[in-house]
Design a binder for this molecule. Sequence first.
Ligand code: NDP
Ligand code: F7E
Length: 323
Amino acid sequence: MGGPTHDSSDFLTDKSAKIFVAGHRGLVGSAIVRKLQSLGLTNLVLRSHSELDLTRQSDVDSFFAAEKPQYVILAAAKVGGIHANNTYPADFIAINLQIQTNVIDSSFRHGVKKLLFLGSSCIYPKLAPQPIPENALLTGPLEPTNEWYAIAKISGIKMCQAYRIQYNWDAISGMPTNLYGPNDNFHPENSHVLPALMRRFHEAKVNKAKEVVVWGTGSPLREFLHVDDLADAVVFLMDKYSGLEHLNVGSGKEVTIKELAELVKEVVGFEGELVWDTSKPDGTPRKLMDSSKLLGLGWMPKISLKDGLVDTYKWYVENVVKQ
Ligand SMILES: NC(=O)C1=CN([C@@H]2O[C@H](COP(=O)(O)OP(=O)(O)OC[C@H]3O[C@@H](n4cnc5c(N)ncnc54)[C@H](OP(=O)(O)O)[C@@H]3O)[C@@H](O)[C@H]2O)C=CC1
Ligand SMILES: C[C@H]1O[C@H](OP(=O)(O)OP(=O)(O)OC[C@H]2O[C@@H](n3cnc4c(=O)[nH]c(N)nc43)[C@H](O)[C@@H]2O)[C@@H](O)[C@@H](O)C1=O
């Protein structure tokens, strides 16, 4: 896909630019804030969910009219793992469509120079070719456990494309693979696999339990990226990319859920057994993304899964367990 491009290289040079990071308390938003601050970009506009509910259109519009940010990074969304997606389909489609429609449209109407929308690797068909290229979008049926969320995310990509085509407005989309890191959601049921297992193994270690239950068969393959690498990619895209097509953001490395569970077990130091609960869904069998377009522009992930797990477990013990 082609489409208009813009010279957006002043994103990193104008240190006083006003940037709205939506969802700044979450896993992704907090990493983006850390990255921007480390680069000297400190004129950030931040609102928690309780200060500004992004599902409320008139509140969002008033916020943009008053603050007039120059750049917007949209990392606010209704997010969860396989169980949450499967259990609350109405929330996942409605809240995400509302947040992204309100933020994208108000950004355009109030003169935002550039917006980045974040989707997810679940936008691709369940049985997409592997590694998954960007043009696999809309070529087959979605994974049923997260199709509601995926449809909302696909709509976000299409909305950015539509505003670029009709108004020549600089809205771009990045599709991250499965993420993890500090400020993740460690809820026992509604979280993603990595924080869920970290918590379960930690509690089993503390309680001297003999076994830990892991969901599914252990055979699905997943690609994990540390959220600090994602934040680096987001800044890179804001600075260097202004195209119509969404771009994949992955580590290029995949592991089975069984391998992941063994690795988390080792990092946490749990010495008991794993028990597989095959009544729980496996979800997509494999979703390794082809991130060669982004790599070709010059971005590269830096944090290995092992190092990232050690870092995240330290953060979990210091910030979640000790609270
Ligand atoms: N986590 C992952 O593995 C992946 C995430 N992504 C994408 O990255 C983005 C961020 O995800 P992640 O950081 O993991 O999610 P989190 O759940 O950690 O954070 C989501 C953020 O959105 C905010 N938020 C949710 N609803 C509203 C609302 N109605 N009004 C205002 N703010 C709201 C939350 O605010 P508050 O904390 O104040 O409630 C929170 O800060 C999402 O678009 C997601 O699709 C993509 C691929 C993988
Ligand atoms: C990022 C991505 O996240 C979601 O998709 P997912 O990749 O399937 O995410 P997940 O992390 O929840 O599960 C990965 C695998 O791990 C297995 N698994 C084992 N034990 C636990 C466990 O304890 N918790 C969870 N959640 N999964 C477990 C689980 O059965 C599955 O096979 C999407 O809904 C979608 O929203 C999306 O975009």
